[in-house]
Design a protein around this ligand. Structure first.
Ligand code: ARG
Ligand code: ZN
Length: 470
């Protein structure tokens, strides 16, 4: 990847949003630690150079919003609890659309400007260390259109709204540092008419009704990427139960099912089974509750929103397994750059193969063979390479999902089943609630197996051609 381009874009962007250049000449080291300067307007991902911000890291988001179904409007306030990485004279957040009424920093009114999806905040005094930005805003959220043409972010439905934000839609409903590199805990409080229910991530900690409106408070105590933050408001049957994990841990299960799909009893029964199936292979379930949201969203895909994946319509078993597998690979262990997305999608697709193998389908080896043989060298499965592409429209394509899964099968055949699952488990455990890169995975697989695996991963992940000899 050329390293010049993202930096250049970031610098240009920083200038256009009035943050000054990211690459400005550094002041002497002593001055640098204490002289406030503007934060930057990029997290540095080449696929999304204008997303995310620098100069701070978020610890916690507290989001409050009231939803009016008739107009589709929200009236919201989000507090972003963050810590500076250097003293900041100004900084930015990501927020697409909506009307910002006010911004306060540590309780004091602050100046703000909007430039595209950047909300640039200039506090009365520079901030250093911990600081809190509180943004009051309102309006009808926009739905974000992806590079691949699909809809994401805040999506209106016929009875409410649902949020599915991979990769960048989170900024359509709350101001954030919109990069998977900056994970934080969340508290989300939504008020809606009492005939509607509100799903969220984490655990439901309170539900209060007053004058025909109900406020639902969800708490996510495990660090979460912004794209996984979800609320889903609508007419639902709400199912609350508990399940036992393989280690005997009691896990609350909250599921929200649009009644037009019936009660989805089979899917709800599948959830604990699939969680245990995955635990036996990957180790302990990484979070404190589970469940599903099944609704008519209209986006045409499911999303692994943390704890509680969202399904667009009644899902089949492998799709449930896929989204639950993401809880380990994607949600708990999260990429640091979007070209590493195979670390999420290849792993989740491989999990489908594992499930199929014990439910009457082909073995993973056979699934590999079928994909390999059915796709001649000219097939779009082989190009672009899974972990080397420059067009974000390629993120959710067959190379990332299927060739990603094939890469794991090749690894398994090379190092053996026992070492392979040791790698899978150690990957989940060592990077729990954190991040991982492809280079770190390769290093781990090499440590576990004692083999040089560089060429294998190179051929399978970085070369836009069908690897030969399989
Ligand atoms: N991560 C989701 C899944 O495979 C897919 C998200 C697709 N998003 C999109 N914007 N096309 O489980
Ligand atoms: Zn997936």
């Amino acid at each position: 990847m050329p390293s010049v381009r993202p930096r250049l874009v970031a610098a240009v962007l920083a200038t256009t949003v009035g943050l000054g250049s990211l690459t400005a000449v550094a002041p002497p080291a002593t001055a640098r630690a204490s002289t406030p300067s503007p934060g930057g307007g990029s997290a540095g991902d080449p696929l999304f150079p204008s997303m995310g911000n620098s100069g701070y890291q978020v610890r916690h988001y507290a989001i409050r919003l009231a939803f009016a179904p008739r107009t589709g409007r929200i009236d919201a306030a989000t507090s972003v609890f963050a810590r500076t990485t250097h003293p900041l004279s100004s900084y930015s957040l990501d927020l697409q659309g909506l009307h910002v009424r006010s911004v306060r920093v540590d309780g004091h009114p602050a100046r703000f400007e909007r430039h595209g999806h950047k909300l640039v905040v200039t506090p009365r005094r520079p901030v250093r260390g911990r600081f809190t930005t509180s943004v009051a805003y309102a309006g009808r959220p926009t739905t974000h259109i992806d590079p691949d043409g699909s809809s994401e972010g805040w999506v209106p439905t016929d009875d409410g709204a649902t949020v599915v934000s991979e990769p960048v839609g989170a900024m359509t409903w709350f101001p954030d540092n919109n990069t998977p590199r900056d994970k934080a805990t969340f508290a989300v409080r939504v008020t809606a008419p009492s005939r509607l229910a509100v799903a969220g991530n984490g655990e439901l900690v309170r539900r209060r009704s007053q004058a025909g409106r109900t406020t639902w408070t969800w708490r996510q105590g495990h660090r979460m990427a912004t794209y996984l933050a979800m609320v889903s408001i609508g007419r639902y049957s709400v199912h609350h139960s508990t399940m036992r994990t393989t280690t005997g841990r009691r896990l609350p299960v909250w599921s929200f099912v649009d009644p037009r799909y019936g009660s989805q009893a089979a899917v709800r029964r599948l959830v604990p089974r699939a969680v245990r199936f995955l635990e036996r292979r990957y180790g302990r379930y990484p979070f404190s509750s589970t469940g599903v949201v099944i609704d008519r969203v209209g986006v045409g895909y499911a999303l692994e929103t943390q704890n509680r994946p969202v399904f667009d319509g009644a899902p089949d078993a492998v799709t449930v397994v896929h989204e639950l597998a993401h809880q380990w690979y994607g949600d708990s262990v999260t990429l640091t750059r979007w070209t590493d997305l195979w670390l999420h999608e290849g792993f989740a697709t491989y999990s489908e193969d594992l499930w199929n193998a014990v439910h009457g389908g082909p073995s993973p080896a056979r699934a590999f063979r079928e994909r390999y043989d059915a796709n001649p060298a000219s097939s779009s499965l082989w190009s672009p390479a899974p972990a080397r592409f420059s067009d974000p429209a390629d993120m959710f394509g067959a190379p990332v999902y299927e060739r990603g899964a094939m890469t794991l099968q090749v690894l398994r055949e090379r190092i053996g089943t026992s070492d392979f699952f040791a790698v899978m488990r150690r990957w989940a455990a060592a990077h729990h609630e954190g991040h991982g890169t492809t280079a770190q995975l390769v290093a781990l697989a090499e440590r576990v197996s004692g083999q040089d695996l560089g060429p294998l991963f190179h051929d399978w992940l970085y070369v836009p051609a069908r690897p030969s000899g399989y």
